[in-house]
Design a protein around this ligand. Sequence first.
Ligand code: ATP
Ligand code: MG
Length: 451
Amino acid sequence: MGFMLQKVSSMFSKVMLKLTVLNSTVMLLVFIIYSAVIYLYIDNKLFNNIDYSMVEAITDFSGNKAELPYRQPQNDKFKPQHPEEQHRKPPPLVDLRILVVAEDVDGRILLPEPNEKIDIEDIAMLLANTSDGSPQNKTINEHDYRILSASYPADSYPTVRVGREKFIAVKKISAITVVDPEVSMLKQLLIIIMAGTIIGFFVIIWAGHYLARRALVPIKSSWDKQQQFVTDASHELRTPIAVIKTNTELLLHHPEHTIEEESMRIAGILKESTRMGKLVATLLTLARADSNQIEMDFRGVLLSDLLRDIIEQLKPIAEMKAIHIATEIDPQIEVTGDRERLYQLFVILLDNAVKYTTANGYITVTGHINQGSVQVSIQDTGIGISKEDLPFIFERFYRGDKVRSRDDGGSGLGLAIAKWIIEKHGGKINVASVKGEGTQFHLQLPLEKKV
Ligand code: ATP
Ligand code: MG
């Protein structure tokens, strides 16, 4: 038994591990994809405006809208001669951060005025190896720049004005802007995402484990129940099998005995086989009920007649124990239900009432229609059920007084089946009992079964 339990729990821990890994992987993937989407979205948002402005700047330039004069190529030093011209028109606000640099046909770099402070060397470094068309980021001297270049075909070089009258043809222009804040923000975001992923990793594993455990709780409990059921059933079947075996062996010891001489043993075998047959049939019913294999045959059933039939059948047994049965049943109570199952249900309850009521007791059966449902109550003045037993009597194989009930043939499955039947009919069953005074089962059945 201990070995089996250990095996079961190791099976569950394997499933749990698998589920945890699966859960965590899925959650981690979702988390990473989500983070990546956020990162890419912010990256895109941050640079979109900048790129747009750079494209504008370049377009303006090619459309010869750039009115600012350019500095002479570095080899022949150019000094601005007309300072007033620099202030003629302020640069547009949106282009404030964008520097548009031109390269003449010889590859010399021209800077727009006034930009004497800018080191041509640095610009050359920035412009080295830039490809046309798509913006690029570069880091120089601990600063981050974004560069967008455009080259012109040989027959349509635009010109830039240098000084007052001089125009120089350029083959390539580049927009440069400082993107330190954007890049540092993206770096921070990346750090946050990395840290989040590391912390998230542990949280996710914990959550995956938690979810796996939660998912396994009902599975484990029904597994345990099933195990218990099989154990109890085997145990219950062992007794009749042992009795039959012993009796048969004893019969074989005396082959010369007549059937009449051995009738006690043969009767014992018969009794136990009958009991075993019943038990197996009940177990089969429960197993099928568990797997929802039993179809109920719902149709109109006259409950009043059904109850009277059963009581009629039980009367002889009741009279033997001098038990008085009183009925108070409305005529014409009709419910929608499976007649055979309802019959079985009330036999179980009335059989218990007779079985657990001592001589000279009373059993009262009432049936009324009340607010769209049928209320049936079966009350006895029997031995009652102790408080400790009361919560468990509907469980399979549960029997109130284990010692007493050995030879009355009961197996503790009756009420389990009763509960299943009543639930299948959309009804409820309740019990109230006082030990030594009596028991009352109260049933509520809907008149119309809603399917
Ligand atoms: P089976 O019905 O399978 O032959 P059983 O009667 O012992 O066996 P249940 O009908 O499920 O099993 O009942 C479970 C237990 O509930 C009984 O063993 C008994 O202790 C208690 N019980 C049920 N009905 C009554 C009652 N009317 N009065 C007192 N005890 C009852
Ligand atoms: Mg019973």
